[in-house]
Structures are given as C-alpha cells and as structure tokens.
Design a protein around this ligand. Structure first.
Ligand SMILES: [Fe+2]
Ligand SMILES: [Fe+2]
Length: 209
C-alpha cells in the first residue's frame, strides 16, 4: 500500500497541516517527518512514505479541546480505561487514528493508523513503524528538553548508518527502552498502562528473552 502514497500526496498533506496546526506544532511535525524518514531508511525503507504520512498526521488533533477529544471518542464508542481517562495528553493519538479514515482516507493504511495510535504511549511488542514514530516524535531536531537531547544524541551518536543490521536493531531497542523508562519515570503514577507494558516488553527484549 505504501507505493500508493506519492510525494505529491505528502506535499499536499504537509500544506494541509500547515494550514491547520499552530506554527510551533507544524515545525515539530516537519521535524518528526524528517526523523521518521531517516529512521525508515535505516530500518524499513519500504515503509518510508507511510511513516512520513503518519508523522504528518500524528498530532493532527492535538490542538482540539479536551471536550472535542472526548466527543470523538464517545462518538466512536471508545471507553477510556481509568489510566487513559486520567491522561488527556494521550487522547489525541486515539482521536487522530479515528479521524484519519474519515478526513484523510487515502492515508488510512494499517501502518499509518497503528503508528499514529501508539505514538504517545507506545505498547508492548510495537511494530517497527510504531516504534519509529514513537521515537521520532521524541528525538526530532526541534526537541530541546535535555533528556530528549540525550536520547537523540544516543541514537545519532551511534552513527546507525554504519552499524551492521543486528547492532542497528539493538540500538533501536536500546533507545526505545530508554525513552519508555524516561516516560514512565516522568509520569510516575500517571503513566499509562500501555507505556508500562511497552517498557517491560522492551526490557525483556534487551535481556534476550
Ligand atoms: Fe502527539
Ligand atoms: Fe508530536
């Protein structure tokens, strides 16, 4: 399906995001697109166009009010778990994934929808596209929060292009695990159950289980 997403479609989608997002969020969105494209080339080149589309769409509903997010969830029959209900910041990942098939149907592939749906929390056993968008969102070039700069430097500083495939994959899991650990620590009691199960899963992967 990825070959169905053309450069022209991505350009039009980028322009649409520029029209609808605040300048700061649009700059972040373009940064995520660039990082996701770079990571796709490293890990799954055939998914590059879908990952770029997912990056462009990942925060497409983030500027909606909480009330509008809840309306979309209710209209789609989504019942939030208590940990999700306590974390309004994660709702936009769910609402964006719900709106893409309606508002941007040409981009509604399983890869795009999965990557968008899990970009804020992660989940256990993420697909490569999900893992890439989760990380690209955190380490794109505009992020300057010190802990995220550390993550970006850890990834780029390892010069992933030069690594053999196995070592390159280990690097992805290491940085992903560090990012999830950081999120779990920062959010404490408020951490989403999906983030904690993602962290447990990635910890086990790195232990070689
Ligand atoms: Fe987001
Ligand atoms: Fe984002």
């Amino acid at each position: 399906m990825s070959e169905a997403i053309t450069e022209q479609m991505l350009t039009a989608l980028r322009a649409e995001m520029e029209r609808t997002l605040s300048p700061t969020r649009f700059a972040h969105t373009k940064g995520v697109e660039r990082m996701a494209a770079f990571m796709a080339q490293l890990y799954c080149p055939t998914l590059e166009s879908e990952l770029r589309a997912a990056a462009l769409l990942h925060d497409s509903t983030k500027e909606y009010t909480d009330a509008r997010q809840l309306e979309i969830l209710a209209a789609n029959g989504v019942a939030l778990r208590p940990d999700e209900a306590r974390a309004p910041k994660i709702w936009h990942a769910m609402t964006a994934a719900l709106e893409i098939p309606v508002r941007y149907p040409v981009f509604a592939t399983p890869t795009v929808l999965g990557a968008v749906r899990w970009h804020t929390t992660g989940r256990a056993d993420m697909t490569q596209a999900e893992a890439i968008l989760y990380l690209a969102d955190l380490i794109e070039e505009n992020r300057n929060y010190p802990a995220l700069v550390v993550l970006r430097n850890r990834f780029l500083g390892a010069d992933p292009k030069t690594l053999a495939p196995d070592a390159r994959l280990v690097l992805l899991h290491e940085v992903l695990c560090a990012a999830l650990a950081q999120a779990a620590e920062k959010l404490g009691e408020g951490a989403c159950a999906d983030t904690l199960s993602a962290l447990n899963y990635e910890t086990d992967v790195l232990k070689g289980k």
